[in-house]
Structures are given as C-alpha cells and as structure tokens.
Design a protein around this ligand. Structure first.
Ligand code: ADP
Ligand code: MG
Length: 246
C-alpha cells in the first residue's frame, strides 16, 4: 500500500542553523511510528514542516499521494493532518462533550477526500473511544478543570473527531503520571486499530516507546540516523552514547 506520508530530502535552515539536513521518512497507511532524538535534533521542526507551519528550505512532503509541500496549516489540517502541540488546545470553558461536538462540527467542513477513508467513523466509534480513553467519566466536566492527562487525551480525541487521517503528536505524555501515560498508549493503539488512523509520535519517554511497540525512527543532528524496533534501538551503542553519554 502507498504510504500516507512520504518525506523526501527535507532540509530547513534558520539563518546559519541547519535544523534539518536531508530527512527521508515514510509512514505506511494505518501505521504508527515513534520519533526519538536528542534535544534540538529537529523533531519539532519536522512536524512544523509536515503541518505547514514552516516551509522547508528544500525537499518534498507527500500526504496520501498528494504533494503538500508549502501548503498552509488550515489547508493541510482540512486534508486530514491533525497536529497536537505540547500544550493542549481545548476550549477551557466548555465541557468534554461540547469540545468533542465542536470538533465533529469542524469535521463537516473538512475537504477530506472520501476515497481516503477506509471507513468513516460514526457516533458509536467516538462514544466507545471516549469510554475506553477514560474521558467518558468526565463528559460533563468543564475542560479547564480536567486533570492534565485527561485534557491531553481530550485533545487527541478532538483531532480524531475532526477526521484526521494522520495524527502528529509532539511529546503527548509530557508531564503525565505513569497511569496517564499507560492510558495514552492504550488510546493511541485503539485509534490506530479501530479507526485506521496513522500516527507519528515524538517522544523522549523510553518506557512509552517500549509500550507502544512500534517502529522507532532515531533522529540526530537534523537527519534520520536509523529506524528499527525498540529492542534493536535500545542496545545500539551509538544511540546509547547519544542519549546516555556512554
Ligand atoms: P527538537 O524538537 O528535536 O528538540 P527543534 O526542531 O525544536 O528540535 O529545533 C531544531 C533546531 O532548530 C534547534 O537548533 C532550534 O534552536 C532551531 N529552531 C527551531 N525552530 C526555530 C525557529 N523558528 N527559528 C530559529 N531556529 C529554530
Ligand atoms: Mg521539540
């Protein structure tokens, strides 16, 4: 199957800083991959380029077979790329249910090519995901009063509800407790398995990476150093040196 996302030779310079110097990365449709790498290696810059927040200096980004290089964030998001930032973007004065309803209303305005959807999610999918993700118990709670982990999961659910075909999650478990992290792993697995949404996750919590059990892309100095299974990555001496100073 053709990849949902294909990144070819992407570079990005900020003045004299070469933040990305030739990134190649493919995500098969319906798959999850984790991106790890030391601070400043260009992970968030790569997400900024995929989502259209920044144009690349050179290179190409394809989403679902279409060239999306340099398109604006509203267009890329309406095509079905949902980006989650480190700080959750939810409507603080609205309840969990109202937040999800707003996302569902936004989905109706999406330009999503229907041929790209394997199956359009319906109300029962969202209700089940809400229950499974632990959000169901908070349905009537105003978002500003939610525990941190629940708020983060609400934002992921809102992105899924806007019919995103590809989720970009930048350190989704930052500041979470162990239990919240485990629930987030379960939610990501569920979204992928039951809705077929493809997911790229930037994460530095190696316990999360192990639990998610997906291919790991290791970035270093603005490029992809290697890609492999967690068990292969964790014993690689070069990676251990970069991460643990060994
Ligand atoms: P990571 O997310 O892997 O920690 P970033 O992508 O945030 O790394 O940053 C990569 C490099 O690019 C860093 O040197 C950072 O300072 C620089 N950088 C990122 N965004 C900008 C920007 N908007 N303007 C200038 N420099 C930037
Ligand atoms: Mg970052």
């Amino acid at each position: 199957m053709s990849p949902i996302l294909s990144i070819e030779a992407v570079t990005k310079n900020f003045g004299g800083i070469q933040a990305l110097n030739g990134v190649d990365l493919q995500l098969p449709d319906g798959d999850v991959k984790c991106i790890i790498g030391p601070n400043g290696c260009g992970k968030s810059t790569l997400f900024n380029i995929i989502s259209g927040a920044l144009p690349p200096t050179s290179g190409r980004v394809e989403f679902a077979g279409e060239d999306i290089t340099g398109l604006t964030p509203p267009i890329i998001s309406r095509l079905g790329v949902g980006r989650k930032f480190q700080v959750p973007a939810v409507f603080g004065d609205m309840t969990v249910t109202e937040n999800i309803e707003i996302a569902a209303a936004a989905a109706k305005r999406a330009y999503l090519p229907l041929s790209m959807l394997r199956r359009r999610p319906d109300r029962s999918d969202y209700d089940r995901l809400l229950a499974d993700s632990g959000l169901g118990d908070y349905a009537g709670v105003v978002a500003s009063e939610l525990p941190h982990g629940i708020k983060q999961r609400l934002e992921i659910m809102m992105l899924v509800t806007t019919s995103a075909r590809l989720l970009l999650l930048d350190e989704p478990t930052a500041g979470m407790t162990e239990a919240e992290t485990a629930a987030t792993v379960a939610l990501i697995r569920d979204i992928r398995a039951n809705l077929g949404v493809s997911i790229l996750v930037i994460e530095h919590d190696m316990a999360f990476v192990r639990e998610l059990d997906c291919p790991v892309v290791v970035m270093m100095k603005g490029a992809v150093l290697t890609e492999g299974a967690y068990d292969d990555i964790k014993d690689d001496p070069e990676i251990r040196r970069a991460y643990l100073g060994e």
